[in-house]
Design a protein around this ligand. Structure first.
Ligand SMILES: *[C@@H]1O[C@H](CO)[C@@H](O)[C@H](O)[C@H]1NC(C)=O
Ligand SMILES: *[C@@H]1O[C@H](CO)[C@@H](O)[C@H](O)[C@H]1NC(C)=O
Length: 413
């Protein structure tokens, strides 16, 4: 408990200065071992990507109808397309391609309130695959095993925002052999198949940049969180949303002075994260949320509350070293867990977070920059090369079932 008193004392007198506040001597710490090198890998020269040319109704026209898709947390599918079009890894010759990419914006279907609806996505995806399979010989050669798709929905290619329904649907049968590049990641989950690449959700880089405050601003907030604790509309009885973890945060800590938590979303949200030591990143409907990206970018230690979550680029980013994992069942002990972390451990996490390569890997900047999330995706694809011979089917061999899956998905798009 000594640490708790230490922290409380400093919070009460204000000017609690860990990390950025520790003075002018702040230095960043290199990530130990191979992980740091992996983050700095350059994918150029290690893979060639062929981009299918699709009618604009699969991408540009959809975006024209609703430009809000560009700012949505699912926008990685749009920016990845733009990035690849001018990337040096692009090849116009499909015969020399290692990977085939289908530019399709399946998440760009928003309600007037901006909520994405995944109901048309399976039919749209099937339609695009049918098109590439009949117009080019490459799909049939592998049935998609050398193709990758960006599917940044809540539950990836399961195409439903409610977990139960997503599990019931499973990954779209036509995508069973493809490599999925997705935000969703949870171990032993039907919506995450082996070999997938888990990526950060899109958070607007310019907007975040515009809210940066002086690096030596003291971190006077111990724990920070803004967001829902209950989702009364979709989970009236409670307990299902966030598997009860967010409700437990509220019920246990709403009156705790160390916890700055609320449902209000203040205009100083980004600034507040830069004034906080710990930022809670609990699961919501899905295990992931843009908070994780925001926490890393703003140097706030992410407290990850989402059992079995698979974090973005986990083979390159040492999440255990920069963040704190708290089991959903341990939420009632969150205060003790966080106040017992020794100060030198906190300082080390803050130094690692201050490493620019870590922040860079979380962002999809326009234009792209070396080491950013686009490059990490390409690194992930490059590491899967060369393809095993088993990806290539024998003449006449078929593995996918074009009529499998919910009957509704078979209707033309
Ligand atoms: C690929 O296979 C599908 C179904 O098996 C067939 O309809 C299509 O014509 C084939 N594509 C090419 C380019 O041969
Ligand atoms: C393909 O899936 C449909 C629908 O689930 C099923 O009726 C059919 O038997 C399957 N075909 C093969 C060859 O497995």
């Amino acid at each position: 408990m000594r640490t708790l008193w230490w922290v409380l004392g400093f919070v009460l007198v204000g000017g609690f200065g860990l990390g950025y506040g520790a003075g002018k001597s702040l230095h960043t710490e290199r990530i130990s071992g191979s992980a740091g090198d992996v983050l700095e890998d350059d994918p150029v020269g290690r893979l060639k990507v062929f981009i299918y040319e699709l009618p604009s109704k699969y991408n540009k026209k959809i975006l024209q109808k609703d430009p809000r898709c560009l700012n949505h947390m699912f926008a990685a599918e749009i920016f990845m397309h733009r990035f690849l079009l001018s990337s040096p890894v692009r090849t116009l010759n499909p015969e020399e391609a290692d990977w085939f990419y289908t530019p399709i914006y399946t998440t760009c279907d928003l309600t007037p309130n901006g909520l994405p609806l995944p109901f048309k996505s399976p039919r749209m995806m099937r339609s695009a695959i049918q098109l590439i399979a009949s117009n080019w010989p490459y799909w049939n050669r592998t049935e998609g095993a050398d193709h990758f798709f960006v599917v940044p929905h809540d539950f990836g290619a399961c195409f439903h925002y409610q977990e139960e329904k997503a599990i019931e649907r499973g990954i779209l049968p036509l995508l069973q052999r493809a490599t999925l590049v997705q935000t969703f990641g949870q171990r032993n989950h039907v919506c995450l198949k082996d070999g997938s690449i888990t990526i950060p959700p899109y958070a607007p880089p310019q907007k975040m940049q515009a809210h940066l405050i002086a690096q030596d601003t003291p971190r006077s907030i111990f724990v920070y969180f803004r967001g829902l604790f209950y989702d009364v509309n979709n989970d009236p009885e409670g307990g299902y949303y966030a598997r009860g973890a967010r409700a437990a945060v509220w019920e246990n800590f709403k009156d705790n002075p160390l916890f700055d938590i609320s449902t209000d979303h203040p205009t100083t949200y980004y600034e507040d994260m830069q004034r906080a030591i710990f930022c809670l990143c609990p699961l919501g409907w899905a295990p992931w949320s843009p908070r994780l990206v925001e926490a890393v970018v703003f140097g706030c230690i992410p407290v990850i509350i989402a059992d079995d979550i698979v974090l973005p680029f986990a083979d390159a980013i040492p999440w255990e070293e920069i963040g704190v994992y708290v089991a959903e069942a341990d939420v009632p002990n969150l205060d003790t867990i966080l106040t017992s972390i020794p100060i030198d451990v906190i300082l080390r996490k803050q130094r690692l977070l201050a490493n620019p390569s870590m922040k860079q890997a979380m962002l999809f900047p326009q234009p792209a920059q070396s080491g950013d999330a686009f490059h990490q995706i390409l690194n992930g694809l490059a590491r899967k090369l060369p393809h095993d011979n088993s990806v290539f089917l024998k003449p006449g061999e078929k593995m996918l079932n074009w009529t499998a899956g919910p009957v509704g998905d078979l209707k033309p798009w």
